[in-house]
Design a binder for this molecule. Structure first.
Ligand code: ZN
Length: 276
């Protein structure tokens, strides 16, 4: 049943920092990074699923880099146990995470960013025809159902950066799914075989979140700019007892996700990144 209030978006605009003309560009240092292109970042639209620990760190990084537009989806509510690692404050308690994060990001903006907050599960918004056109998707939810849904929905049209943490807060992974390339199930077949449901009250800590979010921010650049990268899958073990995994996942001919989607054409169109 349609309920028009469940995905009602709110919009926030960062004002940007005005300079007097004598100072150097705010983004001067990142513009010196090989392959990084500010004009692409200025025009980039990122759709982000999840506004929790990872979502907050990633969104903060994107806004500070000067991303053009950020759409945030999350149906959860801020709780006291979130405050030690998520971008929320006392006044955000019991309010929606997507809306609260968007509000808190306004003061992080060094350029003009258009932030849209959708206080609902992404699946619900997508099924109700919310415009999901974007240049890149960040998928940082707390369950595998959403990951599988997103992997299928954007498979032929838009790059998706998947990210996840384990229940002991000891490791996290990043996988970049590019249109028609190896899919999320090629990289992590167990995601489909033993789907992890929404799991509240598991271990989580800000140190691991910050490391993984940094990789995600780099992965977004490498997907849309010439920042060179030698991996599409990375897994980091914070204690160092297992070596970091850095690899290029290949497409599996018998993959139960992208193999099954062969030949299917998606109607939705991906957006092209244009320079402003
Ligand atoms: Zn696959």
């Amino acid at each position: 049943m349609k309920n028009s209030t469940t995905w009602l978006k709110s919009r926030y605009l960062t004002a940007g920092v005005l300079l007097d003309g004598t100072n150097e560009s705010i983004t001067d240092r990142q513009e010196k990074v090989p392959g990084f292109k500010q004009s692409v970042m200025d025009a980039l639209c990122v759709l982000q699923i999840g506004a929790g620990g990872l979502g907050g760190e990633i969104a903060q990084g994107l806004v500070r880099k000067g991303v053009g537009k950020l759409m945030i989806f999350d149906g959860d509510t801020v709780e006291s146990s979130n405050l030690s690692r998520q971008l929320f404050y006392k006044e955000d308690m019991y309010k929606n995470k997507a809306t609260s994060l968007a509000k808190n990001l306004v003061k992080e903006g060094i350029k003009k960013t258009d932030i849209e907050a959708y206080p609902c599960m992404f699946q619900k918004a997508a099924e109700n025809k919310v415009d999901i056109k974007c240049n890149v998707v960040v998928c940082a939810p707390d369950n595998d159902d959403t990951r599988i849904y997103v992997a299928k929905l954007f498979y032929k049209i838009t790059p998706v950066v998947f990210v996840g943490l384990d229940r002991q807060a000891s490791t996290g992974y990043i996988f970049i799914q590019k249109p028609n390339g190896p899919c999320m199930a090629c990289a992590l077949p167990r995601t489909i075989e033993n789907k992890r449901e929404h799991c509240p009250n598991v271990a989580a800590i800000i140190d691991l979140v910050k490391i993984i979010a940094g990789f995600v921010l780099f992965a977004i650049d490498s997907a849309v700019m010439e920042r060179r990268s030698n991996w599409n899958f990375r897994q980091f073990f914070i204690a160092g007892f297992a070596p970091e995994i850095v690899r290029t996942v290949e497409k599996k001919p018998d993959c139960i996700l992208c193999g099954a989607m062969k030949g299917k054409v998606h109607k939705k169109q991906g957006a092209k990144v244009k320079s402003k």
